[in-house]
Design a protein around this ligand. Structure first.
Ligand SMILES: C[S@@+](CC[C@H](N)C(=O)[O-])C[C@H]1O[C@@H](n2cnc3c(N)ncnc32)[C@H](O)[C@@H]1O
Length: 366
């Protein structure tokens, strides 16, 4: 039995996790879920592929329930402790001491106590992992805690390097590598040809290449394509990769002119409109969204020309935080008319942005 611990957007992370499990054939059977984690049974392959999740933090192997389960934890010379659902320093020390007493029979043991955190973040863990084991308590309302051990983490250092290690960076325009990874999983397509038709400096295309997919990208702006090429050359060298991407200057409304083949999946954050100076009123938001739809309609017509039947699209539309509170998310019936079925919709929001991402997962019925 495992638990997965979700990141800062748990609803999106959960959707990604289910898509990821189908994508890699992991046979996940959910048992219980809370807002922040999911308890499940699955194939052990989940440990091998966990690294490829964007929105999750830790994979925890569950050994039992309640404080008594401490006796089932495997001896380790060095360990630390993570509590989720309780911020109680005394409880943290008490459980740590209990584990230490239990381990005494096995040999010497050292309990690392980080300052001011009750749960070890992956950044700290990776410094000593896996020699330093991270024992985890997931507390539940009115029930005993689940007890386990972290067996995998997603690597925040790698994700950061993919962002700020690149020769060309555009912090406002580009998408976070974690989200690019999440969007690739949402396609549920394991192998094949992937296209980002609004590739900018190439964050999503980087992810295609890292995952060994047939990677294609285009942008209407030649400057962006040059930047993406530089970033991809850096990526190949830094990660010792043999494969690369095909990059073209192309208008996303005319994809058939630039690409002869058909794609299994399109993953993209497209043009989202002019930057907003303030949160709009509801009427203004409706007007912005309608204006942009005049652009998105021919974009999706063009997608239909280059997608395989049942091909997937993961597309970021803008949603708007309103001046009067709430968020405006437009319904787009025309997607159905063009042959695209909406399989799921998830929002994502970054503090520094006014726009909310309205991520659509679509299937092209052809
Ligand atoms: C939000 S940015 C994408 C950023 C990208 N995800 C990244 O991480 O670098 C949108 C990109 O769409 C491009 N673009 C705008 N209109 C286009 C069109 N009609 N066809 C192709 N690209 C277009 C812009 O040049 C810009 O690079």
């Amino acid at each position: 039995m495992y638990a997965v611990l979700f990141g800062k957007n748990p609803a999106l992370s959960e959707a990604e996790f289910y898509s990821f499990s189908r994508r890699f054939g992991l046979n996940v059977k959910p048992i219980r879920s809370s807002r922040y984690w999911l308890l499940f049974n699955s194939s052990r392959k989940v440990e091998r592929y966990f690294h490829w999740l964007g929105g999750s933090l830790k994979l925890i192997k569950i050994v039992g329930e309640g404080e008594g389960a401490v006796k089932d934890l495997e001896y380790s010379r060095f360990f630390t402790l993570s509590l989720y659902g309780r911020n109680d320093w005394r409880l943290w020390r008490k459980l740590g001491s209990k584990i230490k007493r239990h381990f005494k029979e096995g040999g010497p043991t050292k309990f690392f106590k980080p300052a001011k955190v009750y749960a070890m973040p992956a950044e700290l863990l990776l410094k000593g992992f896996p020699e330093v084991k991270d024992f985890v308590f997931l507390f539940r309302e009115g029930e005993s805690a689940l007890v386990g051990e972290t067996v995998k983490v997603t690597d925040p250092f790698e994700l950061k390097k993919l962002d700020v290690g690149r020769p060309i960076q555009k912090p406002i325009l580009s998408i976070p590598p974690r989200l690019a990874r999440t969007m690739v999983n949402l396609t549920e397509v394991r192998k094949g040809s992937f296209l980002d038709p609004f590739c900018g400096i190439g964050t999503v295309v980087q992810e295609f290449v890292l995952q060994g997919l047939n990677a294609y990208g285009c942008d209407r702006d030649g400057g962006q394509i040059n930047a993406a090429k530089k970033n991809l050359a850096w990526l190949r060298e830094e990660f010792h990769l043999k494969n690369s991407a095909h990059l073209e200057v192309c208008d996303a409304r005319k994809l058939k002119r630039c690409f002869r083949q058909r794609f299994d999946a399109i993953v993209t954050e497209s043009y989202l409109g002019k930057p907003l100076k303030r949160n709009p009123s509801r009427d203004e938001a409706i007007k912005f969204a309608n204006e942009l739809d005049r652009f998105y309609y021919p974009v999706f017509e063009s997608f239909a020309n280059v997608l395989k039947r049942n091909g997937r699209v993961v597309f970021v539309f803008p949603a708007y935080k309103l001046s009067g509170g709430g968020v405006y998310r437009k319904e787009r019936k025309w997607l159905g008319k063009l042959g695209f079925e909406v399989l799921g919709r998830y929002t994502d929001y970054e503090e520094r942005h006014r726009l909310v991402r309205d991520i659509h997962v679509l299937k092209y019925r052809g």
